[in-house]
Design a protein around this ligand. Structure first.
Ligand SMILES: Nc1nc2c(ncn2[C@@H]2O[C@H](COP(=O)(O)OP(=O)(O)O)[C@@H](O)[C@H]2O)c(=O)[nH]1
Ligand SMILES: [Mg+2]
Length: 389
């Protein structure tokens, strides 16, 4: 059993390393693409990045070649087309977004349950293995299996088919958290979006700005990621799209100064909600964390009347890396909620459980696609229903 774990974990570690390399190669590639095709929209470049993030190494090699402008335009058109789709319910969207995760967890659980005629240790061991390989994390998996064993005993479950319902209840219970709603009803509210590069901070800000603007709120966004000019431009595209104001400085400017000016503007313009972007990539980790602390100090000093939400964005496709990122950010910032993006791109949806239980911060939002409606409030019941339904 443990040998099996060990092998699996090793394999996962290697996979993660490969992914990390892919991400840094991708960062270089992104810069090249931007330099050479300045007129190409950031958004489109990001789409290609996203594709490369999910592809295997062999495909990665092919993607390293600079995309032709024509190809880029074609991809952009596809994105535009997608937004024209007829409206479907949020739950349907969630289900669609979680279809890979469903394949990675529920469908495999179903297969195992079908192959057993009685509930025994072997069956539980197979479920344990599925959960671990779906990035639920060892500790959380052990906890789930323990609860499942208890439920099987107390409810005298003998039919393997009844195990699934119990598993769903346990998962729902783990994911349930009273503070999981992103509450922006206080005026003013400031949201600080933090997280490493590429996880989806800027996209999430754009989606949130659009959502709250539609709800009739006065929204302002702050381009606090001054590390690259492209990051500022990308946020500006979102500001235009959502029809909200943006405060920005030049590339390389002090992020603290951007936040300072944004707070001043928010007060002068009687803003309901100020959403701030932050850099996810500085020269080193200590630098990044120092910069963030400076920004937090400015917010506390200059905007004490605002309700502060610090949302840490993590990318679900990075699996256990998402958990370790959450742990390191938690050491320097008072994270009030997690945003788990790109759940649509992974069969390892179990990472939601791992971050929730290992980091002990409520998951407030999940991203199940690239469209505005694909950023959803996290609802433990709907999530487990979409996964197991
Ligand atoms: N499939 C998918 N892609 C996403 C999601 N959220 C963000 N992305 C993509 O992830 C990429 C990086 O996002 P970005 O906001 O620039 O990340 P940042 O560096 O943290 O600001 C972009 O291509 C986004 O479109 C999501 O929920 N699903
Ligand atoms: Mg960004």
């Amino acid at each position: 059993m443990f040998k099996k774990f060990f092998k699996k974990n090793q394999k996962e570690e290697i996979q993660e390393e490969v992914k990390e390399v892919a991400v840094s190669e991708e960062a270089v590639q992104e810069e090249i693409v931007l330099e050479e095709n300045e007129e190409v929209k950031e958004e489109t470049v990001e789409t290609i990045e996203e594709v490369s993030l999910d592809t295997s190494i062999e495909e990665e090699v092919q993607l390293e070649e600079k995309p032709q402008v024509d190809e880029v335009v074609e991809k952009e058109e596809i994105i535009e087309d997608k937004t024209e789709e007829p409206k479907i319910s949020l739950f349907e969207r969630l289900k669609q977004g979680l279809s890979k995760a469903k394949q990675g967890i529920t469908d495999r659980v179903d297969q195992v349950l079908k192959s057993y005629t009685k509930v025994d240790d072997d069956l539980l061991e197979e479920i344990e293995e599925i959960l671990i390989t779906a990035d639920v994390g060892v500790d959380t998996t052990m906890n789930i299996i323990e609860k499942l064993t208890d439920a099987i005993k107390t409810k005298k479950i003998t039919n393997p088919q009844d195990v699934k319902g119990e598993l769903r209840l346990i998962i729902e219970e783990i994911l349930t958290n009273e503070n999981s709603t992103l509450d922006v009803s206080h005026k003013p509210t400031i949201i600080l979006m933090v997280g490493v590069n590429g996880v989806g901070k800027t996209t999430t800000i754009g989606k949130l700005a659009s959502r709250y603007k539609k709800e009739g709120k006065k929204v302002l966004i702050a381009a606090g990621d001054t590390f690259r000019a492209a990051a500022i431009d990308q946020l500006e595209v979102w500001a235009k799209r959502s029809d909200v104001d943006i405060i920005k400085h030049q590339e390389g400017a002090d992020p603290g100064a951007v936040i300072f000016d944004s707070i001043k503007a928010a007060k002068a313009r009687d803003i309901d909600l100020l959403i701030c972007d932050t850099a996810g990539r500085l020269h080193n980790k200590a630098n990044l964390m120092n910069e963030l602390s400076k920004v937090f100090k400015i917010v506390d000093r200059e905007y004490p009347e605002a309700k502060k939400e610090v949302l840490l964005v993590v990318d679900a496709t990075t699996g256990q890396n998402a958990v370790s990122q959450a742990k390191s950010f938690k050491q320097v910032c008072d994270i009030t909620g997690l945003v788990l993006t790109k759940l649509d791109g992974t069969a390892k949806g179990g990472v939601v459980l791992a971050v929730k239980s290992e980091v002990d911060v409520p998951v407030k939002l999940i991203g199940v696609g690239e469209k505005i409606e694909d950023l959803q409030d996290f609802d433990a019941k709907a999530f487990s229903e979409a996964l197991f339904g």
